[in-house]
Design a protein around this ligand. Structure first.
Ligand SMILES: Nc1ncnc2c1ncn2[C@@H]1O[C@H](COP(=O)(O)OP(=O)(O)OP(=O)(O)O)[C@@H](O)[C@H]1O
Ligand SMILES: [Mg+2]
Length: 236
């Protein structure tokens, strides 16, 4: 664990956002600093890029998306859903801040000393597939079960092959009611069959995921698009 922490510090402080995070860590003396740093490092090493997960709720402008209930998000950040292993589904069009909020919730969970992993959904399916090929799927699932929160970012961006859909289903149903899951997706529930293929499997998956889920809908105009427009206006 010591080695991981050292490596993680090096990796984190190379990034501007990481520097801010490392600074923030010094304010956390009421928690076990080592556990928190270890959790950050562990989470980051499973994200596609570090930048994806270094977004704080404190940097989220809730006024930009009034339909999203700020208090509800802040309540969730207190982490009770993690103790109850409840899912959170963040659904909506691109650029509305789903990954940002998922990351903010994941960082909050790390600070509460929870074991967290952040996966891009497509990358996770590749990992699951490789684990199965190498006959280590049971071990992979056992490791997932040792986490307290798993984030699946960008579920449904890319349609799954039949085998991949089955693997994702197996992963989610293994975690069901045992590990909290945060999912970000552009997919409306009615469209999940298009990505997962089988109607039966999709129904079974949604039944598990939406049972006790906190569903946050993101509606509005893309933050990325709005920023681009503002930049254009300023340079005109
Ligand atoms: N309300 C907001 N306040 C501050 N930054 C925001 C807000 N909404 C989005 N952003 C920023 O805009 C960018 C896009 O947001 P994000 O990646 O979270 O969107 P998304 O909903 O996950 O989009 P996609 O569906 O394409 O993955 C990020 O850099 C994010 O930090
Ligand atoms: Mg996203």
């Amino acid at each position: 664990m010591g080695k991981n922490i050292k490596y993680g510090y090096t990796k984190i402080v190379n990034l501007d956002a990481g520097k801010r995070l490392a600074d923030n860590l010094s304010n956390l003396y009421n928690n076990d600093l080592n556990v928190i740093v270890y959790n950050f490092v562990d989470m980051l090493s499973h994200a596609r890029t570090e930048m994806e997960v270094l977004k704080e709720l404190a940097d989220f402008d809730f006024s930009a998306i009034p339909q999203l209930n700020k208090q509800r998000v802040l309540d969730l950040a207190r982490g009770e859903y993690i103790n109850k292993a409840e899912p959170i589904i963040l659904v909506g069009q691109p650029g509305l801040g789903k990954s940002h909020v998922a990351s903010g919730l994941a960082l909050a969970a790390c600070r509460q000393c929870h074991r967290v992993r952040f996966y891009n959904a497509a990358a996770l399916v590749n990992e699951l597939s490789l684990a199965r090929e190498q006959q280590r799927l049971p071990k992979f699932l056992a490791t997932a079960l040792r986490q307290q929160l798993i984030v699946l970012d960008e579920l449904g961006f890319i349609p799954f092959s039949t085998t991949d859909a089955q693997l994702m289903f197996q992963f989610c149903s293994t975690l069901h009611e045992r590990v909290a899951l945060i999912i970000t997706t552009n997919l409306k529930f009615a469209d999940w069959t298009q990505v997962f293929g089988s109607e039966q499997l999709t129904a079974a998956l949604l039944d598990r995921l939406t049972f006790k889920a906190h569903i946050l809908e993101f509606i509005g105009e893309s933050f990325r698009f709005r920023q681009r427009m503002q930049q254009q206006d300023q340079s005109a």
